[in-house]
Design a protein around this ligand. Structure first.
Ligand code: ADP
Ligand code: MG
Length: 571
């Protein structure tokens, strides 16, 4: 028989005033009539990460209509909605920190502007579940039972009812959330059949409040997006129906325009178009194919045996670029490696902004070709490879470039941003390219070159252990993973958008290592197998116990983390 909430109360009373370790007695599950409480793990002291707790509400009580979770897209949308609702009811009913360390804290993973698959809430035909942390209260190291009883037996049931019972929700805002989320998946899935790689709906609001605040700029200040007529396309999605906007086709697209006219803002929206956004974000109907990868220069990064010969060869002193390794890459070598690594795991669209590119990687002009002979320049600039990427490999590029008209020669489409609005200037750009012939010579041969798909990571080189702990890994903020004794710097991996993704990546690497890395399978295969496992069995498989703060990362960011692990060895 399951213990009930009275039993929890008794146990808490019994340990009042005792040392913190006595809290271990309350681990287990309790029947609260309306829901079941699971105390999965009790923290070891008041400063440690909060105790891991779950609640499950049976659908008999919760009563979510089946159409709110009838497919994966909807259930992710609903889980996201419930997580946000749970968080807002914590703010309403919890009294916050009272006591030592994290005493009194109730915390659930808090999403930002994006809607991601997460483990903070689950829904199926039997129950709804929420996972969160509770800082069990203490004064110094002495247990405060009265406070613990108030948190677990009074505040928590109020939060659970308000957040996890369908009848207490505003059903129109709940349905809007899941339907807008579903439409985004639908829109994205329809891009390939229209030969598009990205789509930006008319009416979108792209700019953000600031560089550190991802929420939308106010409607009064922002210029609302409107497609040039020649690029306008209409796509029909399940709930909203017809959506009209700018379609960016496969091939090579330039975004040009004067400084401060909104080029980078448009590209950033396209980068994030691989994810779904919250209703009201302004970028809900910006969609990009899932295989889109932001590419930038990243000097200082670690590189292990990447064949960058398509872009760089004949380094001084005969250093090889067919299996190029360095502890400290330059701007151009890092940008080349970032492209090759992305192609290795299946990138179909490269997104490049001149603001974060190495100039000598992007272009070498006529005059420089005269001064520095090709034999003395290891770099084949991107301009000479971008068409081969499109034509041979079927990999499209969208590049923001305000500084070099030589790119007109290689573009299929040129979009000019002016006063934050896009114009299709493809005909003008072609006419200019015709009239003022570029004098630069094409470099780098008649094909892209070979992408090595068979980089085999050596298991022993990926070491998650530290001290006596066999596995000691975790996220230190959104852009850093601590992995055994190493630190992985993800500061330049711009499509990671949540610390919960970073946390997942750390554990995915450990899972991949123990399951699939056998010194024979390629990195690309290993990542494919792990992502398949997660898709079929859920994110929970990467942890031995229930975790409430994972969010799904993409294979590209998992690969990016492995590739940046200093010490990684490739066969
Ligand atoms: P660029 O890359 O062309 O130099 P940015 O995209 O960085 O320009 O934009 C410059 C500034 O203009 C930023 O502060 C940005 O927030 C703002 N901005 C961008 N798009 C819009 C818009 N549609 N409406 C209003 N302000 C915008
Ligand atoms: Mg810019």
């Amino acid at each position: 028989m399951m213990r009930d909430s009275k039993e929890l109360e008794l146990r808490l009373r019994r340990i009042d005033g005792r040392g913190y370790k006595a809290y271990k007695d309350i681990a287990g599950s309790y029947d609260f009539r309306n829901f079941t409480l699971y105390i999965d793990h009790v923290q070891s002291d008041p400063f440690a990460p909060p105790s891991r707790v779950r609640v499950q509400v049976s659908q008999r009580t919760a009563q979510f209509p089946p159409d709110t979770y009838e497919n994966k897209s909807r259930s992710i949308g609903l889980s996201d909605y419930l997580t946000r609702s749970f968080a807002s009811h914590i703010r309403k009913f919890s009294r916050g920190i009272r006591g030592t360390g994290k005493s009194g804290l109730i915390e659930i993973d808090t999403p930002g502007q994006e809607i991601l698959e997460r483990t903070s809430a689950h829904i199926n035909s039997e129950y709804v579940e929420a996972r969160f942390g509770v800082g069990l209260p203490a004064a110094g190291r002495r247990i405060l039972s009265r406070e613990a009883i108030e948190i677990l037996l009074e505040q928590l049931p109020r939060i659970v009812e308000a957040a996890l019972f369908f009848r207490y929700h505003n059903s129109s805002s709940l349905y809007r959330h899941i339907k807008v989320n579903e439409d985004q998946d639908d829109l994205r899935s329809k891009l390939p059949s229209q030969r598009l790689v990205a789509f930006v709906a008319n009416g979108s609001l792209l700019p953000r409040v600031s560089g550190v605040d991802n929420s939308p700029m106010s409607r009064e200040e922002a210029v609302i997006f409107k497609s040039p007529p020649s690029l306008e396309t209409t796509i029909t999605v399940r709930n909203r129906g017809e959506v009209t906007g700018m379609g960016i086709r496969k091939g090579v697209t330039l975004i040009v325009g004067g400084g401060y006219h909104g080029k980078s803002t448009l590209l950033r929206a396209i980068e994030l178009g691989v994810y779904n956004q919250l209703p009201g974000d302004g970028r809900e109907y910006v969609a990009t194919i899932p295989e889109a990868v932001k590419i930038r220069a990243e000097d200082g990064r670690y590189i292990e045996k990447v064949d960058i010969t398509p872009f760089i060869s004949n380094l001084p002193l005969g250093k090889s670029t067919a299996d190029f390794s360095t502890d400290d890459a330059s701007g151009s070598t890092s940008q080349a490696a970032n492209i090759i690594e992305a192609l290795e795991v299946g990138a179909r669209l490269l997104l490049i902004d001149e603001d974060t590119s190495a100039t000598n990687f992007m272009i070498r002009d006529h005059r420089m070709q005269q001064l520095v002979a090709k034999e003395k320049e290891p770099i084949t600039p991107f301009i000479d490879k971008v068409r081969f990427l499109a034509e041979e490999l079927g990999v499209s590029t969208i590049v923001v470039i305000g500084g070099s008209g030589d790119y007109f020669d290689v573009a299929d489409c040129v979009i000019k941003m002016e006063d934050y609005l896009p114009y299709d200037v493809t005909p003008e750009a072609s006419a200019i390219a015709e009239k003022y012939k570029a004098e630069r010579k094409k470099e780098g041969g008649e094909s892209f070159g070979v992408v090595n798909m068979n980089r085999i990571p050596l298991r022993e080189s990926i070491n998650p252990s530290r001290g006596r702990r066999e596995v000691k890994v975790g996220a230190k903020g959104m852009h850093t993973i601590s992995f055994g004794r190493q630190t992985i710097d993800l500061g330049a991996v711009e499509q990671i958008i949540s610390t919960s993704q970073t946390r997942s990546i750390a554990d995915i690497i450990v899972y991949a290592r123990s399951r699939y890395m056998d010194d024979r399978q390629s990195l690309q295969k290993v990542i494919g197998l792990v992502m398949k496992d997660i898709e079929t069995k859920g994110l929970d498989i990467i942890s031995p116990y229930p975790v409430g703060n994972y969010a799904l990362p993409r294979p590209f960011e998992v690969a990016a983390a492995i590739n940046r692990l200093r010490g990684l060895r490739i066969r």
